[in-house]
Design a protein. Structure first.
Length: 517
């Protein structure tokens, strides 16, 4: 047999080996919560957890309660929302491979959003060459210009959000261009857009802000779930309008804090007695409070949402109960190793009844929300006597004001100095309806070591609008959480802000940044 003939016969097999030979890590999972899996280009599926490596060709899928933070090897960040699917089609960056050929690769990033939503922050690749970064969706392609942006694609699977099919996009920093065969749209900071289908031109759409905020909730409801190890592929599952990742076969209200301490807390009884709770909103201008573990007496419903608790309001000690309405932005971080044990949400609609000294007053939650964040139980953490600790944001309720507007928490930071027994905090949030950004900063807030709580007034609150900047005021309250061994793991924070005419509130969940991470 001639050599040429042999090579022709071998060529398909040799080409089939190329993806396997070229396969290399392109990023890793920084944070994984709920149901999240990866399907490799060869069809292998596995659960994702913190530290899991990702490669070219990987298809990343989150379940109804799944959430992922991914760091690409050029430093870019992607936060994947629940019920989402993202394919890393190509990612060529010198730092992403140790191969000798890596240095001669043309840097390029191509990903495909199949369903659901994400937030992406550009890394070194996009900053050096924005044209080398593309995000494909079924209806349009997104190009970046050095950017922090969010996107949500709905086929016929966003009924739980009340959203029409299409692509919703918004820009926090920088700019993007959204294009398809029908046209293109340039969007800058604070701007939003929508694409109905691949035959419709992209258009500006301020209402996309609310759609993106809805997609950021911790859990989404679905009609049908498929087995944990499905016999059919991800594409078939999506085509059948089912969920590619099954919810774990544990009670909806998680029973475990998987830290190996053997002190799991059963929350299915509906009671969260003796846990710290921070709360804000609907009770006073710029108000934020925290009740220590011995005084909270929180009560939950069958889904794990808090429906009542005891706390200190501006008028004194009170029992607070939500009557009617719904709990929105509900989230939890309880069912993973080293979980913070935090649960959060906000009461909307109905009313909040406050009982003080035997007298009950009702406050309608028509245009306001009452935000809360609480520990799931377990022992109070033993705080270090010296040293410092930093924390990173892992979840939050969407900030609201008392005019019925829902905003976005853009960033939040928290740091503790246990030698000085103080906490520093900063946050930035925005409301697209008013084109305003609220920035608040607090330094040296006192830590109550015996109760593992902290709080105080913000040093500065600045509200930047389209034409001017004005000052405001407010307060922040919080508590620390730990595992069964008493090790510090996280912190729950509530905040209240005001300019005298408008009151804003929200909560944020933080996990401790461990050394070396």
């Amino acid at each position: 047999m001639r050599l040429a003939s042999i090579l022709c016969r071998l060529a398909p097999a040799l080409l089939a080996l190329v993806p396997m030979l070229a396969s290399a890590r392109v990023g890793e999972v920084l944070f994984a919560y709920g149901s999240a899996r990866v399907e490799t280009a060869s069809g292998l599926q596995s659960e994702l957890q913190k530290g899991s490596a990702l490669e070219e060709g990987d298809r990343v899928v989150t379940g109804s309660n799944g959430r992922l933070q991914i760091r690409m090897d050029d430093g870019g960040l992607i936060v994947l929302r629940p019920l989402s699917e993202l394919v890393i089609e190509q990612f060529q960056y010198p730092a992403a491979s140790g191969a000798a050929s890596a240095a001669v690769q043309t840097p390029y990033s191509l990903m495909s959003l199949v369903r659901g939503g994400f937030r992406a922050i550009t890394g070194a690749l996009g900053k050096a060459n924005p044209d080398a970064v593309e995000m494909h969706t079924p209806v349009a392609t997104i190009g970046i210009r050095g950017t922090d942006y969010s996107a949500l694609y709905c086929a016929a699977d966003c009924g739980d959000l009340g959203l029409d099919p299409g692509l919703y996009v918004g820009v926090t920093e920088g700019a993007i261009v959204v294009a398809n065969a029908a046209g293109h749209l340039d969007l800058g900071k604070g701007e939003y857009g929508f694409v109905a289908d691949d035959h419709s031109a992209p258009v500006t759409a301020p209402q996309a802000c609310a759609a993106l905020a809805q997609a950021n909730q911790a859990t989404r409801s679905v009609g049908t779930e498929i087995p944990k190890d499905p016999s059919r592929g991800v594409d078939d599952a999506i085509a059948a309008n089912t969920v590619a990742i099954a919810t774990p076969a544990t009670p909806e209200v998680a029973v475990v804090a998987e830290d190996g301490g053997g002190d799991d807390v059963d929350l299915t009884t509906g009671s969260l007695g003796g846990v710290p709770t921070a709360y804000a909103g609907a009770l006073g201008a710029g108000f934020s409070g925290v009740s220590a573990a011995g005084a909270s007496g929180a009560v939950t419903d069958s889904s794990g949402s808090i429906t009542a608790f005891s706390g200190v309001i501006p008028d004194g000690n009170a029992h607070l109960e939500h009557r009617g309405g719904v709990t929105l932005d509900a989230g939890r971080d309880v069912d993973r190793a080293d979980a913070t044990g935090l649960r959060w949400g906000r009461w909307s609609g109905g009313s909040v009844a406050t009982t003080t000294a035997g007298a009950t007053e009702s406050h309608a939650l028509t245009d306001e929300s009452l935000h809360w964040i609480a520990s799931s139980g377990g022992p109070q953490p033993e705080l270090p006597r010296t040293g410092t600790a930093s924390f990173e944001l892992i979840g939050n309720t969407n900030p609201t004001d008392d005019h019925g507007r829902v905003g976005t928490l853009g960033s939040a930071s928290l740091a503790a100095d246990f030698t000085a027994r103080t906490v520093d905090a900063d946050l930035s949030l925005s409301f697209v309806q008013t084109s305003e950004v609220w920035n608040a900063s607090a330094q040296n807030l006192a830590i109550n070591v015996p109760q593992a709580t902290f709080g105080g007034a913000f040093d500065s609150v600045a509200i930047r609008g389209p034409d001017s900047t004005r000052s405001g005021f407010g307060s922040l309250s919080g508590f620390f959480t730990g595992n069964a061994r008493g090790t510090l793991l996280g912190a729950g924070v509530s905040y209240g802000l005001s300019d005298g005419a408008t009151n804003v509130a929200g909560t944020a969940a933080f996990q401790r940044v461990q050394p070396g991470h």
